[in-house]
Design a protein. Sequence first.
Length: 583
Amino acid sequence: MSRFNLLDEPWIAVLPNEGRQTDISLLELFRHAEKYRRLAGEMETQNFATLRLLLAVVRTVFSRFDSKGEPYPYLTVDEQMRQTCGVKENDAEGYIKAQEMTWTSLWTAGHFPDIVCRYLEAWRDHFYLFDETYPFYQATRPEIDTYLKKGHPTLVAGRTINRLISESKNKTALFSPVADEGKKKGKDRMTSAELARWLIMFQGYTGLFDKASLVGEGQSPSKGWLFDLGGLYLEGDNLFETILLNDIPSYADRAYGTKKQSPCWEVSGEENMRRLMQGERINNLAQLYTNWSRAICIDPELDTDRTEIGTVKLPAIEHEDNFLEPMTVWHFNKSGEHKDHYTPRKHMSDRAMWRSFGVIAMPSSGNDQRRPEVLSHLNNIRQTIGSRQMTIHAVGLKDDENATSWVPVDEIADSLEINSLMISDPSDLNWTIGAADLTGQVATIYWAFLSDVVKIRNQTTKRSGKVLIDSGMKSFYWAINDPFRRWLASLSPDDAKESRAAEWSDTLRHITEYQARTIVRRATARDYAGIEADGHMINIVTAYNKLQHQLAKKLGKESKPSGERTDRKEVSLESNKPDHRAD
C-alpha cells in the first residue's frame, strides 16, 4: 500500500520568515518558497543534501520549460514532461541562452511559477516514501534481487541512519541525543518525515560499514558522493533566492548546458542501479544531485517505531576532474593516485572557512586552481542580482579515518558573509584574497615567535612545548576570526581598496602584538635570562622584538587608527618586570 507522499505530507524542515520552525510538503515549498527563510533540518549537512534535491527539481523543470511554463522550441516533451530528444548542436547556444533568460525571469518574479508543481504532480506516484512499485530514493526488493545473486541487503537500524547518533550494532554511541528505554528502541524510532530527511542525507553521506555489495571488479564502493565533497552553497534572503542562487543553467564548459536532465525518480530503481554498475558517467546535474550510494529497500509496511532499512553498496561515481559538480572545493593533485588531476577537497574541521578563502574564491587559472562553479556562476548573474549581502556556507562531515568503515564523527559547518559583487569581480577578489593570504603569512610569523619561546625554555623535545605552540596558535586564530569576518562582510565595491586593506593590516598588527604581549607579560626570570643559540643570545625580549621587526617588514609602515591608543615601544628589560614564578 502506498503511503506518505512527499508532495503532500509535511516533511521538509524550514524556518519561516516569520514564526517558528515547521515542516512543509514539497508542493508547499515550491508554491511559497519566498515565504521561508531557510531549510532547518537536524544538521547542516542534511540541509545541504535536501537543497540538492530541490535543485534537481528546479534544474529538471527549467531545462525543459521557460518561466511561463512553455517548452523551449529546441526540444519536445511527453505527457509526463520528460524531454524526449536531445538538443541539436546547431541549437545549443540558443538553448543555453534561453535557460539563462528563464533564470533571470524567475529571479525578477521572486517566486516559482506553477509549472514546477505541475511537473511534480505528473510524477506523483514516484514520491511515495513507502511503496511497492516506485519507492522514493529506493529500489524495490525484486529489483535488488535481480542483481544481488548471493546474500541479502544489509539491515541498517534507525540509530545508524540518524547522523546525530550514527551508532552501529557493535558500538554504542556516547552522549547520544536519544536514549533507549528498556525494550523500547528509542534510538531507532523516527517519524516518517524524519525518515525521509535522513534517507536523503544517508544516500549522500554513507560510509562503508555495510556488507552487501553490487560493486564490480575494478570499481570502488561509494561512501556517498557528498561525503567526499568540501560542500559549498550560497544563501540568499529567503529559500527561493537560495535555490536560485545555486541553480546553474550554464557552465564555463558549455557542453554541460545541453544535457538532458535525469533525476532518479524519472527512471526505475533497476535503471538507477544498472547505470552505476556499468560505470556510466553522470553528465547532468539532476542525476548528480539525486545520485545513490546505496540500493535501499524499505518495507512498505515499516513501523517507524523500530526503523530498519536494507542497503546494498553501489559503485562510486568518477572523482577525477568531475567538473559537473558545482558545489565543492577542488584540489589539484601533484602526486599520488590522482596525480595531475583535480579531485574534490574536503573541508578541514580545525580550519575556519576564511583561512581557505583564496582556495574557495580565486578564479580558475593555470593547472593548480579551479574555482567552484557555484561561485563562477555569480559572474553571469551579477547584473541581475546587483550589489547585495550574501552568505557562503561550507558543509561537510568529518570521518573516523578508518578506511574500512568511514564512519562520520563530526559535522563541519561554517559560513562567510560577503557582498555579491566583491566575490564576482576578479579585481575586487584579488585584494580580499590578498588580505586572507596576508593573515596566513602573519600567522607564520607568530608561530615562529612561539617557537622561539619554546626554544628559550628548552622545551623543543617536550610535550609542553607542543602544547604552548598549539594553544598559542589556537588563541591567535580565535582572536583573528571575528574581526576578519566583520571586515570582509563590511566591504563594498565602492570602497577605496588601499584604505580598506590598510585598515585590516592595522587590525592584524594590533591583534598579533597583543597576543605576543600576553605571553611576554607572563614571562619568567628564565625567559628573560634566555639561552645562547647559533652564537647569539635570545630571550623573551629579543624574540618579541624580532616579531615586531618581521611584522613591520610584512605589513609596512604602521598607521594607528584614530581614537585607538596603542603601545608601540619595543619590549625592554626595564619596562617589563619578569614574573618570578618557578620554571
